[in-house]
Design a protein around this ligand. Structure first.
Ligand code: HEM
Length: 342
């Protein structure tokens, strides 16, 4: 008692609970708030960051047009597991189990070497400044522009996680066999709406899928959802020759959007109107018995490319803002995207 009287002002013990209370509210608010991301985050610390990413993405997409799709998907798979924190980029080590071998990712995700190349350029120019999570977010935006899609400003300032989650990557990333309600249940908890989901799935206007992901669909309800005509017959028999019902071919690939496979446009939604979506999950947006709201959104984007582009941009920013609150406290800027800093 005597000690506390001499070491601190006599009224401090009355104020302490109040100070703790204010601090607790402050901490709770800062965690619940929108992430502290800003458009000019690297303006003084690495003014060339955006340019470096864009140049490298230009080279990557020029030499392999599919790379635009692969980088876009990498960003999606990053954000759906612990938020956009670069966790998907981590390699397995003795002490860390990464996400790369989780079922939705294994033998499927591409583009890690492109990310490494961009990172080494960034580290050369501005060591220890630009996070892998931000790099991937910018690269995904540039990927979309490079294949004819819309531009949007990318809020920046994410930190890289020091952990990954194999189990969340196995459960939280939507899969092509799932029905509409299950698909929605993967988006809603992340703060993404029905409209966000339908717009984001429009990313399937570019890129490829492997036979094992569309076999059940082309030997299943494809003929029911599609209005079969000679052109559709030809398309379906072509798909079946790429992807036999039995006897292998699991990894054979075909375009998600057969009309303009390398061009970012709204033809994906027009394909859904015809009932010819390649993935079951894609066609669910239009043909599910629960597809009242999603069907209208698909119709709108099929008619109005500008509406799709505007919503896609907004939804990409929203998806990119899913943050890992932990990574702001314990996160870092990795020097190599594949490993946490030692
Ligand atoms: C309903 C949710 C979704 C499901 C079930 C789904 C499922 C899939 C599947 C199965 C593939 C083919 C993978 C393979 O065969 O190797 C794929 C490819 C792709 N997905 Fe999704 N996806 C969904 C949402 C999204 C979203 C939100 C984005 C991005 C914003 C996205 C972007 C892509 C891209 C660009 C590809 C092509 C990748 C490449 O060619 O390398 N997907 N998706």
């Amino acid at each position: 008692m005597a000690f506390s009287q001499f070491s601190s002002p006599p009224y401090l013990h009355c104020l302490l609970p109040l100070i703790f209370f204010i601090l607790a509210i402050f901490v709770a608010n800062s965690l619940a708030d929108d992430p502290p991301l800003t458009l000019d985050y690297y303006a003084s610390s690495c003014p060339t960051a955006l340019e470096i990413v864009r140049k490298e993405m230009e080279c990557a997409v020029l030499s392999d047009p599919r790379m635009a799709a692969s980088i876009l998907r990498l960003h999606f798979h990053d954000c759906f597991v612990q938020g956009c924190d670069g966790s998907v980029l981590l390699d397995d080590t003795i002490t860390l189990q990464g996400e790369k071998k989780a079922p939705p990712n294994i033998h499927s995700l591409r583009g890690f070497r492109v990310i490494d190349r961009i990172k080494s350029k960034l580290e050369y120019e501005c060591p220890g400044v630009v996070s892998c999570a931000d790099l991937l977010t910018i690269a995904a935006r540039d990927a979309v522009i490079l294949v004819g899609g819309p531009y949007w400003d990318v809020p920046l300032g994410r930190k890289d996680s020091r952990s990954a989650s194999f189990s969340l990557a196995s459960t939280d990333i939507p899969t092509p066999d799932q029905g509409l309600l299950t698909l929605l249940s993967k988006f809603i908890p992340l703060g993404l709406s029905v409209t966000d989901m339908v717009a984001l799935v429009g990313a399937h206007t570019i890129g490829m899928a492997q036979c094992l992901n569309f076999r059940a669909r082309i030997y299943g309800d494809f003929e029911e959802t599609a209005t079969m005509n000679p052109l559709t017959e030809t398309y379906l028999s072509n798909l079946r020759s790429i992807c036999p019902a039995v006897g292998g071919g699991d990894n054979n690939i075909t375009a998600l959007d057969y009309v303009t496979p390398n061009f970012f446009d709204n033809s994906f939604y027009q394909i859904l109107l015809k009932g010819e979506g390649l993935l079951n999950s894609d066609q669910e947006m239009y043909s599910s018995v629960f597809a009242l709201q999603t069907k209208q959104i698909v119709q709108k984007y099929a008619e109005d490319q500008l509406a799709f582009f505007q919503q896609f941009s907004d939804s990409m920013v929203k998806m990119g803002n899913i943050t890992n609150p932990d990574s702001f406290i314990t996160g870092e800027v990795r020097s190599n995207c594949r490993f946490i800093n030692t």
